[in-house]
Design a protein around this ligand. Structure first.
Ligand code: GH3
Ligand code: MG
Ligand code: MG
Length: 321
């Protein structure tokens, strides 16, 4: 585990660090709370904190509370308070201050290791719960809720990223696949499309049914159109097992790029409108919204990429949550 160790005593830091490193833990040691808190806030990989009850500029209890505020359901941090003064009241106060556990100072090695093993079990369970709560079980990509959560985070760092594009994808005539070849074959098609999308983008979510969203950070409209076209071609080349002959399927894709003043809802709505256009123009194609503020409208490459018009009626299938 990656552990932040906070203690005003250099001797205590040396002793506990040795114990932890002997078991393969990575230790980041600090002599006081504020600098340790700053480090924890900017390092999301921290799994646990071991803090002494008495620190130079704050109490260990205050530190526990501050760390608890940083820790959340998506970013669990196991907090252990360490005190030479091990009594029932201290234990109660530690737990009420947000600590997960309490340990004697100096720690007894076997006890420290056993408590860290418990922390590891808890962390593994929490990771699994997070995975289950954010993943679409059929395809392994983000579920709708997690997609929108991630999208909000992307928006928050948009200034640093500079560009963002969204691709909305829908399988063509998918009802026929289900009707003719059965739901199992339909599921294979959905999985196949998710796999192609996930190979091209870090943020891919299943909106529902056979509809997916890809978010491409740092990518402008032209780049996103090229990605969408690759997904379209690769997906069209896949074959899916059925009871009889293997089948193929196609998809339509709508592409939009972030504009100043956008929200994730308006961006996805424009991608959805472009998708709507791809469907109405005959399916199995990529359609980009009309030119964004930063680059020219993409030109048709193989006769399948078109630009949308701004006065098009809104798409029926709601893009945004
Ligand atoms: P279009 O080309 O206009 O998109 O036509 P379509 O037939 O694909 O129409 P639509 O997108 O509305 O079809 C969605 C279908 O997806 C309807 C629903 O029965 C099916 N579906 C939704 N979820 C699942 C799923 O998890 N598995 C399977 N096999 N089918 C699903
Ligand atoms: Mg469809
Ligand atoms: Mg659909």
């Amino acid at each position: 585990m990656r552990i932040v160790l906070v203690d005003g005593s250099r001797v205590a830091i040396r002793v506990v660090r040795q114990l932890l490193e002997a078991r393969g833990h990575v230790v980041h040691a600090f002599a006081d709370g504020p600098e340790a808190l700053t480090f924890i806030k900017s390092h999301s990989s921290i799994d646990a904190v071991i803090v002494s009850a008495g620190l130079p500029s704050m109490t260990g209890f205050e530190f526990c509370w501050e760390t608890r505020l940083v820790s959340n359901s998506r970013r669990p941090i196991y907090i252990i308070l360490m005190s030479a003064d091990y009594d029932r009241h201290k234990l109660t106060e530690a737990l009420d201050s947000g600590a997960d556990d309490f340990i004697n100072k100096p720690p007894v090695p076997d006890e420290l290791y056993a408590r860290l093993r418990a922390a590891e079990r808890m962390a593994a369970m929490q990771d699994e719960l997070i995975r289950l709560a954010t993943t679409d079980p059929l395809t392994g990509v983000l579920n709708r809720r997690a997609l929108f959560e991630q999208a909000q985070q992307v928006c928050a760092r948009l200034e640093a990223i500079g560009a963002l594009a969204a691709i909305m994808i829908d399988v063509d005539h998918f009802k026929r696949v289900n009707d003719v070849h059965g739901h199992g074959a339909g599921d294979e098609v959905i999985r196949g499309l998710a796999g192609q999308a996930a190979a091209e983008a870090a943020i891919v979510g299943r909106l529902g049914g056979e509809e997916f969203v890809m978010l491409l950070e740092g990518v402008a409209l032209c780049g996103a159109v090229a990605v969408a076209e690759r997904v379209r071609l690769k997906f069209a080349g896949l074959r899916f097992a059925t009871g009889g002959e293997p089948i193929g399927a196609t998809c339509s894709l709508g592409v939009a790029a972030w504009r100043s003043g956008d929200s994730i809802d308006t961006l996805l709505r424009r991608a959805d409108m472009a998708l709507y256009r791809a469907k109405s123009e005959g399916r199995n194609r990529v359609v980009a919204e009309d030119d964004g503020p930063t680059e020219a409208e993409p030109r048709a490459t193989d006769g399948r990429i078109r630009s949308t018009q701004r006065d098009r009626p809104p798409a029926g299938a709601g893009a945004a949550a």
